[in-house]
Design a binder for this molecule. Sequence first.
Ligand code: CTP
Length: 211
Amino acid sequence: MKPTFLITAGPTREYLDPVRFFSNPSSGKMGYALASAARDAGASVILVSGPVALRPPKGARLIRVESAQEMYREVTRCYRDADIVIMAAAVADYRPEKCLSKKMKKGRSALSLRMVRTPDILASLGEKKRKRLLVGFAAETGSLVREARRKMGEKNLDMIVANDVSRRDTGFGSDYNRALIIDKKGTVTRLPRMSKDRLAGIIVRQCLRNF
Ligand code: CTP
């Protein structure tokens, strides 16, 4: 039987008031490419997506969310139906402690905000993994392999795809990515710069081989 993929994509938005939020430049392209590749491999696909400007991949079940908390809720709800989970979303780690119901007015002095942690979705999935295959991404600006290995251990992952997001020619917003994949045995595979579509195909095939 073909497995069900649960894939997350895009950024999250953490609102301060109705017109302002904290976010990041994730375009969602990597997650959407993964959803298309999994669908093309004949799998069922649930795609939980933050706000992006992309056409939903045909044949995937799309669930739209905004905040990390909403993504956490939807991913947790869909987890029991999932065999392979790929967290490609760039989830915000912090949110403003309070979201004001009315637009915040400026004052004369500097503004300090208290930010609180959002749930680590992937870490919580790792705690109740059972037979599922769990794949994470690591967005880094240095110490790529060391940081990716740490996240793999801390979140109980079977595979991690790491990329250097400080590079202009790949990563956030680009159609291209230069990534390395670390598998469960610790083997590091460094891939050349390639389209996110091609990289998605490689990741999906590796998931299916290991499932
Ligand atoms: N992730 C998650 N929930 C969060 C933050 C991250 O599920 N609140 C997932 C991401 O989707 C990704 C992996 O965890 O698959 C690693 O995300 P990354 O932003 O690289 O690292 P963090 O865990 O946030 O750690 P740090 O900020 O220390 O780099």
